[in-house]
Every structure is written in structure tokens, then in C-alpha cells.
Design a protein around this ligand. Structure first.
Ligand code: MG
Length: 401
């Protein structure tokens, strides 16, 4: 038997070319020149992920056979005894995606071929229209349509419907305030307006970002039903998923959920009870390609489609991994797309491109993406105390961002 190719080094590359801090794992093998890349980006706690990889995973991984992705994933998950959680899952994902990249490079195949081959040539994507007035949102949506996009998420004032008039108590602390009831009224009006402006043929989406109380999420999902959304995203928080049964019982608004999930208990029942239409985890947040593959296959049995999370706080390596899953999975639904900058394309050669609303692969082996480490090093991660996640209700109390 040939000597196995083994893990010779595990490196973490932290970079921040624009707003989001990104963590890329580079697994270097015993075979000269052979390495793989993976996304481990948990942007708000990026240094904790780096420490988990460098101090805990790396010593455990050195010398292991790179071919044994399943065994390494499962042993990495139980090795710390306490499992899951965003820091550990992202750390494991960085290694897992890199091992899939290595396996593809060794086989001379893109990862979608390792998974079972292509179901499609390219992945439909949706993009974000977001402005401070409904007129500007509709204008942005029309501009996207002219660029060939057919799926557009419409938001006004970000996730919170900024700019609501509100009375705060004396000595209210600083924060990103929003008024959930004002949000409901304004968003419903905006979605009705956008639908009237863009017509019935383009697909519109909206993300509540788990900002409503459960009963108001039920009400909103019913109110928005006439406007035929492609899906309503994160209507509820992971803590409130039992309320999906009530939304389901009362309307046919398609539902998407999952970017915050990191434990199998969070998605199993939603899929089994057919309470959602799209499962949309953040692939690194659940531990990489290996669990994403399992969940996609599980969801297929229940008619639930995939819509992996794809914002700017997924790294370009993570987007490349999403696309591999999208091309393979028969029950693919849609891919969120963040429209990378020129700099992103320079730092990450091979980053997929969009044409006519479709995301195309480059047909290279593995994940088909690389990193220019010298250029990435010119954009080091900054120390940031996030402000947008310091969200408050009108009375000043903290709430979910
Ligand atoms: Mg979202």
C-alpha cells in the first residue's frame, strides 16, 4: 500500500479586505506543493476561532491521513468532549473544507464530482436591494433586473427598519435601536410597493432577521402572503422554532431558516415536520462540507431545498464551497450572493463569477479557489467592537440583531 499523504501543518490566515474579518484555514500536506483551503469565518469572534485551530485542533491533526475526512470530522467533534457551538464548528469547518479541497486536487476533480456529480451547470443567486425608502429599494431592484438578476431580497433600512420615530426613556444607552411594530408596518408597505413596481415575474425575498416576537412573525408571514415572496427568511429565532407550526397552519408564505443553527437539534424537526421550505445554514457554522452534505441529503427526503447562507461574512473560500454543494445537490434551491469587490477577486484567485443571475464554477479541481497570502497580509484583521449587533428595543433593552 502506498504511504498515506498526511497533514504536515495547519495554518490560519486572518484577513480583512473590506468590512468583514475573515478566517481561512490552510492545511499543508506531506506532499510537496499540495495544500487545501477552508473557511472558518465567525467574523464576530474571529480570534477565538484562530486560537481553537492553532492551540487545540492543530496538535491533534498533525500526521493524520488527509484521505480520512469522515473520521477526522467525527473525531474532531468529539475530541473536546463538549460539542458544537460556533467557535468549534467554524474551526472544524476550516479543516474539513481544506480536506475536501485536497481530496479534489488529488483526484483531479472538483468537489461536486466527489459528491456525486453536477445536477446543474450554474447556481441561481439572489442579491440584496437595501435602501432607506421604498422608492429607492424598487429602483435598486430594477437595476439588478437589468443586470440579469431574477431573485432579489428587498430590505429597507437594513434589518431593523432604521429611522423609526420612537420615544426612548431618559438615560437610554447608545445602540442600534429599532421598533418591531414600526418595522412590520413599513416592511409590509415596502414589499407591496416593490411588488407593484417590479411586476410578478421577478422573485422577491425578505429577511426578518429574527427581530420580531413570535406572534408578530406569524402575523407578518400572513400579511405578506399576497405578495408572493420566493421566501421569508428567519421569521423566528432558533429559540422560537416551535412557532413555525403556527405560521405553517395559517399561510403558504415560503419559509427559509438556518443561518444561526449549529446543532442538529435545531434543524431535524423543522425538516421532518416540513415546517420550512429552505434550509439555509452558514456552512462553516455547522462544521463544513461533510455535515452540509448530510443535511442536504436528509432535507431532500422531505422536499426541503437548500439556500446556503452567503453574505460578506462568509469568506470567498466559503462561497466557493457553497457553490460546489449547489452544483451537486439535486434539491438545491437558491444561493445568496454578496457581489465581491475587485480586491476580493485579487486576493482569492478562482472566486466564482456571476453572469445573467447564475453563479458559475471554474471547473478546477477541489474547491477551485486559492489565496494570495502576500496581498491578504496587507489587510490584517482590525480590533473591532461590533456596533450593529448592539441592538436595542425602544425602551433600551437588548434584543437580537
Ligand atoms: Mg439572513
Amino acid at each position: 500500500m502506498a504511504k498515506p499523504v498526511t497533514i504536515a501543518d495547519v495554518q490560519v490566515i486572518l484577513t480583512q479586505p473590506s468590512k468583514s474579518r475573515l478566517a481561512i484555514v490552510k492545511v499543508i500536506t506531506s506532499e510537496p506543493g499540495l495544500y487545501g483551503l477552508g473557511c472558518a469565518t465567525f467574523t464576530q469572534r474571529i480570534f477565538a476561532v484562530a486560537a481553537a485551530i492553532e492551540r487545540h485542533l492543530k496538535p491533534f491533526l498533525l500526521g493524520r491521513d488527509v484521505d480520512r475526512i469522515e473520521e477526522i470530522w467525527n473525531m474532531s467533534m468529539v475530541h473536546g468532549y463538549w460539542r458544537n457551538g460556533p467557535v468549534l464548528n467554524n474551526a472544524i469547518s476550516g479543516v474539513d473544507q481544506a480536506l475536501w479541497d485536497i481530496k479534489g486536487k488529488r483526484a483531479g476533480m472538483p468537489v461536486y464530482d466527489l459528491l456525486g456529480g453536477k445536477s446543474r451547470e450554474a447556481a441561481h443567486v439572489y442579491v440584496h436591494a437595501n435602501a432607506d425608502s421604498k422608492e429607492e429599494v424598487a429602483d435598486q431592484a430594477r437595476a439588478y433586473m437589468e443586470q440579469g438578476f431574477r431573485y432579489i431580497r428587498v430590505q429597507m433600512g437594513g434589518y431593523g427598519g432604521k429611522g423609526s420615530p420612537m420615544v426612548k426613556p431618559r438615560n437610554a444607552p447608545a445602540g442600534a435601536y429599532f421598533d418591531p411594530r414600526d418595522y412590520c408596518r413599513k416592511m409590509l408597505d415596502m414589499i407591496a410597493y416593490a411588488r407593484a413596481q417590479v411586476g410578478g415575474e421577478v422573485e422577491l425575498l425578505h429577511d426578518i432577521h429574527e427581530r420580531l416576537t413570535p406572534i408578530h412573525a406569524v402575523e407578518f408571514a400572513k400579511d405578506v402572503e399576497p405578495f408572493k415572496l420566493f421566501f421569508l427568511e428567519d421569521a423566528l429565532a432558533p429559540e422560537d422554532i416551535a412557532w413555525f407550526r403556527m405560521i405553517r397552519a395559517q399561510c403558504a408564505t415560503p419559509l427559509a431558516m438556518g443561518e444561526l443553527f449549529n446543532n442538529p437539534h435545531e434543524w431535524q424537526l423543522l425538516i421532518q415536520e416540513r415546517l420550512i421550505d429552505f434550509i439555509r445554514m452558514h456552512v462553516s457554522q455547522m462544521g463544513g462540507i461533510t455535515p452540509a452534505r448530510d443535511i442536504a441529503t436528509f432535507a431532500k427526503l422531505y422536499g426541503v431545498r437548500t439556500a446556503w447562507h452567503g453574505p460578506s461574512d462568509t469568506s470567498p473560500v466559503g462561497h466557493a464551497a457553497n457553490l460546489q454543494l449547489d452544483l451537486w445537490h439535486p434539491n438545491f434551491g437558491i444561493q445568496e450572493w454578496y457581489r465581491p469587490s475587485e480586491l476580493d477577486y485579487e486576493i482569492f484567485p478562482g472566486l466564482p463569477v456571476v453572469e445573467d443571475g447564475y453563479l458559475y464554477p471554474n471547473e478546477q479541481p477541489g474547491l477551485g479557489i486559492d489565496i494570495n497570502e502576500e496581498l491578504a497580509a496587507k489587510y490584517p484583521c482590525r480590533e473591532i467592537v461590533e456596533e450593529w449587533t448592539q441592538t436595542r428595543l425602544p425602551d433600551g433593552s437588548p434584543t437580537r440583531p
